[in-house]
Design a protein around this ligand. Structure first.
Ligand code: GLN
Length: 493
């Protein structure tokens, strides 16, 4: 039998349905790949038995002639930000080490209901704060990609870096990600895979460890646009347990995929031509325009005048919400408790939080607390909220002239682990193209375009109107068909 780990979601689902192989054979193959890839450090815990049990259920259902779900027989990786019943859930933090939820997040439950199984919990930046996967308490994640002629371990992006690394390395056909300010799209771009952040509210946040609640969205990461469409369909849907959940039916995105873009207008935002963007990225953007034109689209210039204020506004809004969300980790309810001898409640809070949070998380809590403090609230937080509204209005106006926006996903390709640590600001700049769509709550996807001169993947980003995941997926498909991106990382792990 050929190597099943080379297959994606659609091929596994169809193969299991057709009886070409069993779900158990698929789970066995991926479990073995995961077990052999410790060097990537993509998983915090592995759950081979979960994957096998789900597979056996699918094989039994097929034998009984029952209908199979959209993800039947597909084992996936679960970002360790989703609460999983009976399986440690840490958000890659020390403070949640040993926390075993007695409940399942809505999104993961939906995936299990659709017939998927879990290979393990994927590493990430601590509390999803980061762009390189270097802030995890459980160690850095390495990308399977290397720069030509160098042996340095490269960043898989962040915060969903365990997800991107695992999917690019064929340890999983797909994985969940979450995106607050780029954490699905940037790691997807760094590792040559696809990832879509749907419209805010499409996927329930219930049971997902909160970072910045008004921005957090779950989404799929996989190696093709089709696979993303299938998996997003299984993840999305109204959830009464999430007050910001969208009360809208979930379209059949897979069935409506269509790469014919005749009659569609693709907007090119002129403010995304920023200093510091690699020439190769600008070239890939030009190439992307050509591909979409070839698919029948008309290319038009659009303006998003407040783009340069989006990143600073994000780094006020997101830490503000994080400082409030993370107040719950106090040593009383979850995970770590540090109670120094003879000390009281306040000491326990302080000791637990000092020991339990990493530096980046503390930095965000400090920034967030500062911008929300009585003296500075209006100067920072209120101002940032106004900027957020202006960024959203820019998109609204641009979408009067176009159907979908094409931009780079990141200003650079992946970088070596450890190379960006001196200055948090350079790290924050990684998300300069991703954050505007997050602030506006819009669906946005990264699709692999090409390799740069060092053999590293580059991604192109598509941003759509609210609820128009289909438009984003269709333009993504048009790029995928023309880019013909088949490059794979060479196995070294
Ligand atoms: N890199 C960004 C941050 O650190 C985005 C993270 C995310 O989307 N979760 O805030």
């Amino acid at each position: 039998m050929s190597d099943l780990t080379q297959l994606g979601v659609k091929d596994i689902r169809d193969g299991v349905r057709a009886g070409d192989f069993t779900a158990r054979e698929v789970a066995d193959s991926f479990n073995a790949a995961v077990a052999g890839a410790a060097a990537l450090n993509a998983f915090i815990v592995t759950t081979p038995d979960h994957a096998l049990a789900a597979a056996d259920k699918v094989d039994a259902a097929r034998a009984a002639g029952s209908e199979l779900g959209a993800m039947a027989g597909v084992p996936i990786g679960m970002k360790d930000l989703f609460a999983t019943d009976g399986v440690q859930t840490t958000a890659a933090s020390h403070i949640l080490e040993g926390f075993i939820p007695r409940y399942e997040s809505t999104v993961s439950q939906k995936l299990w209901d659709a017939g998927a199984g879990m290979l393990g919990k994927l590493n990430l930046d601590q509390f999803a704060m980061g762009s390189s996967n270097e802030t995890s308490y459980f160690g850095n994640v390495a990308s399977p990609w290397k720069k030509a002629g160098s042996n340095a371990a490269m960043s898989p992006g962040g915060s969903s870096g365990g997800s991107s690394s695992a999917v690019a390395a064929r340890l999983a056909p797909a994985a969940t990600g979450t995106d607050t300010g780029g954490s699905i799209r940037q790691p997807a771009a760094f590792t040559g895979i696809c990832g879509i952040k749907p419209t805010y509210g499409r996927c329930s946040r219930w049971g997902v460890v909160a970072f910045a609640s008004s921005l957090d969205q779950a989404g799929p990461m996989a190696r093709s646009v089709e696979d993303c469409a299938i998996m997003l369909g299984a993840m999305a849907g109204f959830d009464p347990k999430d007050s910001t959940s969208l009360q809208l039916p979930v379209p059949d995105w897979e069935a409506a995929l269509n790469a014919d873009l005749r009659g569609k207008k693709v907007g090119i935002p002129r403010e995304y031509r920023m200093d510091g963007t690699d020439q190769a990225i600008l070239d890939s953007w030009e190439q992307g325009k050509e591909w979409l034109r070839d698919a029948g689209a008309e290319i038009v210039d659009v303006s998003l005048p407040h783009t340069k204020y989006a990143l600073p506004a994000y780094y006020i809004v997101a830490p503000a919400e994080a400082s409030s969300n993370l107040a719950r980790y106090d040593g009383v309810r979850y995970g770590l408790r540090d109670l120094p001898d003879g000390s009281g409640l306040q000491d326990m809070y302080a000791a637990t939080r000092a020991a339990g949070f990493g530096d980046e998380v503390k930095r965000r809590i400090l920034i967030g607390t500062y911008v929300l403090s009585a003296g500075f609230y209006d100067a920072y937080y209120t101002q940032a909220q106004k900027v957020r509204a202006l960024v959203a209005r820019d998109f609204e106006r641009a979408f009067q002239d176009c159907d979908v926006i094409l931009a780079p996903t990141t200003p650079t390709a992946s970088f070596p682990l450890g190379s960006m640590n001196e200055d948090p600001l350079t790290m924050y700049l990684n998300d300069v193209f991703a954050v505007p769509a997050s602030l506006a709550g819009l669906p946005a996807m990264s699709v692999p375009a090409m390799l740069n001169e060092h053999g590293l993947p580059l991604g192109l980003q598509l941003v759509g109107k609210p609820f128009d995941e289909q438009g984003v997926l269709n333009a993504g498909l048009a790029i995928q068909q023309r880019a013909g991106f088949v490059a794979k990382p060479e196995k070294w792990w």
